[in-house]
Ligand binder design. Structure first.
Ligand code: NAD
Length: 361
């Protein structure tokens, strides 16, 4: 099992170090190799995604990624900015399916912005298509309008498009994921207004015929945005396009309270994946040993499950995270009165310790 470890910038190194400690504590035969990415790679090699780093990720079964970015790179031309490394990896590894679970841990119910009774037991999975839609559709650009409300004026335009195979493969991913959960898929679209998403709805319905055991519901994106804050627990798996998924996955993330708790996975057709926390490099707290490493540790658990075929080890890591939360251990971002404040490395140590207890049970 080959893992490319790309810590990146800011808190990336601190949080990835803890996830690597947890992986090493599992006593599985991993081959882990580190490489620079983002601003760290730009400083060393003049590019946020050097060829050597890309080759390492391509040759690995999975990539564990920290975070990239820092204000000091904001003046670089766009192609050299740290964030381009993520887009480059998505493109080169053909990562088309983004998984973002939003789980509200019992011990953290109070951290959610919603009332406890709405989020208690929340466990939803947002699956976002990652390589198509208006983000990549051509043509796009600026021009002088030939028609419309203001002919002759400057305008900008993008193209929303999805092909049948693109929709089919993400729909299969969603139905298969639902089979391992509560057998429900909500496909989010804007079929009432957009041609692309009427097509999306038709294709998802076609794919659904292969999964008679999974219940399919279609929902307009405006309603989905509302239902996520009104009654989020009624969702199981949500599947949607790149644009709507970008927005809804952030909305769902907030239901759980802290950005420091949210893992993510981006997979290609052969289950090779990039695993990273949903948050960024947090330059404001970098180097202080106070960042929450749990999102990265939970991303490592997703990696064990989806790319490395180690579902049991994944469950052990998730159980260890629940256990440290239950013990009342909290980094600053999730701290509240009555709990024990711990540092990044202390949290890592606690998860490793809890892991050894799950082994002996
Ligand atoms: P951010 O997610 O880095 O930080 C937002 C806030 O959340 C900050 O106050 C930060 O201290 C806090 N935070 C984030 N992760 C935390 C953790 N694990 N524990 C405790 N607190 C945490 O977002 P930002 O400040 O908008 O962006 C900072 C940099 O990160 C930018 O350069 C941005 O481009 C980059 N970024 C990278 C990624 C990525 O690598 N995938 C994603 C988003 C932003």
């Amino acid at each position: 099992m080959k893992i490319a470890v790309l810590p990146g910038d800011g808190i990336g190194t601190e949080i990835v170090t803890q996830a690597v400690r947890v992986l090493n504590a599992l006593d599985l035969a991993f081959e882990m190799e580190h490489a620079p990415v983002g601003g760290a790679a730009y400083d060393l090699h003049g590019h946020p995604l050097p060829t050597s780093t890309l080759r390492l990720a391509q040759a690995a079964d999975a990539t564990l990624f920290g975070a990239v970015g820092d204000w000091k790179y904001d003046t670089l031309e766009r192609a050299l900015r740290p964030e381009q490394a993520i887009l480059g990896l998505r493109k080169e590894l053909a990562l088309f399916a983004n998984f973002r679970p939003a789980i509200c841990y019992e011990a953290l119910i109070g951290a959610s912005s919603l009332k406890p009774e709405l989020v208690a037991g929340l466990d939803i999975l947002i699956i976002r298509e990652l390589t198509g839609d208006i983000y990549f559709g051509q043509p796009r650009g600026r021009r002088i309008a030939g028609d419309g409300h203001f002919p002759g004026s400057q305008e900008a335009f993008d193209t929303m498009r999805y092909s049948r195979p693109e929709i089919e493969r993400i729909a299969h991913v969603a139905f298969q994921a639902a089979r391992k959960r509560n057998q429900r898929v909500t496909s989010v679209d804007k079929a009432n207004v957009l041609e692309t998403f009427q097509f999306w709805r038709d294709v998802v319905s076609d794919v659904a015929t292969h999964y008679p055991d999974v219940e399919l519901e279609h929902m307009y994106v405006d309603n989905a945005a509302m239902q996520l804050v009104r009654a989020p627990r009624k969702f199981d798996v949500v599947v949607t396009g790149n644009l709507f998924g970008d927005i809804l996955s952030d909305e769902a993330a907030m239901l759980t309270g802290s950005i420091g708790m949210l893992p993510s996975a981006s997979l290609n057709a052969s289950n090779q994946g990039l695993y990273e926390p949903c948050h960024g490099s947090a330059p404001d707290i970098a180097g202080k040993n106070i960042a929450n490493p749990l999102a990265t540790i939970l991303s490592a658990a997703m990696m064990l499950r989806f790319s490395l075929g180690q579902a049991e080890a994944a469950e052990r890591v998730e159980a260890a995270v629940k256990s440290v939360l239950k013990q009342g251990l909290r980094t600053t971002d999730i701290f509240s009165e009555g709990n024990t404040l711990v540092s990044t490395s202390e949290m890592g140590t606690a998860v490793v310790k809890a892991l050894s207890q799950t082994t002996s049970n």
